[in-house]
Design a binder for this molecule. Structure first.
Ligand SMILES: [Fe+2]
Length: 287
């Protein structure tokens, strides 16, 4: 808690995702968390305006990019990790349960044997409690499955990047109904986050500005414990599971789930057709 990383947030309004550049306060080393590739899905066109804004920030401040972290395989936006790595270096890391996700979605997208289900598309696969260094700062990755099997929360000094484990207190929690998701498991994972010190800063991966408020992405463990509308103020596991299950049954699929999964399970690389051209599939009635 004594280390206070410098956190710069980059909001993507088209997917309501917040990406971060996290800097070690005592060196020029930094990490990128949950980058975003821009896509016009209707046109099948990709671009990198959002990632370029992060790259410009890193270059302007003469930072050294050590890690490009994915908190999980996102279903609502595409990662720009390989693009950023190509410009700035750094190692792309995700939780080692990515193998489960690759197996599940490898089947759904009927991927051939050329799609490796061993996580080898990533530079590092993190296990529960694994640590890594950003300059002089130690980061810890903690398993937080439930939204997806491969979700992890990354704790760096007095800041934790919670992915989709939690939303802001008035946003509650993320859905737990994707293949491999589980509401009871998500509740247990959220309790792990809430057991961190009350003053720990929490940084969200998403915010949708509920009830018309402005977009926000930073809160604390104490605020989530006291006020989170899904899990705060002593809500029980049974209450949470009942609520989450009923709510999830009413939600439609995220607009970008089909391209997102195919790209993100490949660490941000586009799948290719037999001639090596970037090409996405749509499994009809497959999700
Ligand atoms: Fe997600």
């Amino acid at each position: 808690m004594s280390v206070k990383p410098e956190v710069e947030a980059f909001f993507d309004p088209s997917t309501n995702t917040i990406s971060y550049v996290v800097k070690d306060p005592n060196s020029s080393s930094c990490a990128v968390i949950d980058s975003v590739m821009d896509i016009d899905y209707a046109a099948g066109r990709i671009s990198y305006d959002h990632a370029d804004r992060m790259i410009a920030h890193i270059l302007k401040h003469e930072l050294m990019l050590e890690w490009i972290i994915e908190t999980h395989v996102h279903a609502d936006h595409l990662s720009a990790a390989p693009y950023i790595q190509g410009k700035l270096g750094g190692k792309i890391a995700i939780g080692d349960k990515i193998l489960v996700v690759q197996d599940v979605f490898g089947k759904i997208f009927n991927e051939g044997t050329e799609f490796q289900r061993d996580g080898s598309q990533f530079d590092a696969l993190l296990k529960d409690g694994d640590t890594y260094r950003i300059g002089g700062m130690t980061a810890v990755a903690i398993y937080t499955p439930g939204h997806t099997p491969a979700c992890m929360v990354h704790v760096m000094g007095n800041a934790a990047f919670v992915g989709d484990t939690l939303f802001m207190p008035d946003g509650g929690s993320a859905r737990a109904d994707f293949p491999g998701g589980d509401a009871a498991t998500l509740y247990d994972s959220i309790q792990k986050v809430l057991s961190l010190p009350d003053e720990m800063r929490l940084f969200m991966c998403h915010d949708y500005g509920p009830n018309g408020r402005d977009i926000q992405w930073e809160t604390t463990v104490g605020a989530e414990k006291a006020h989170n509308i899904h899990v705060g103020a002593g809500k029980t596991k049974d209450e949470f599971v009942r609520f989450r299950t009923e709510r999830d049954a009413t939600l439609s699929m995220p607009r970008l789930i089909i391209p997102s999964l195919q790209v993100n399970m490949r660490a941000g690389e586009m799948p290719t057709d037999k001639d090596g051209r970037p090409m996405l599939k749509v499994p009809v009635n497959g999700l």
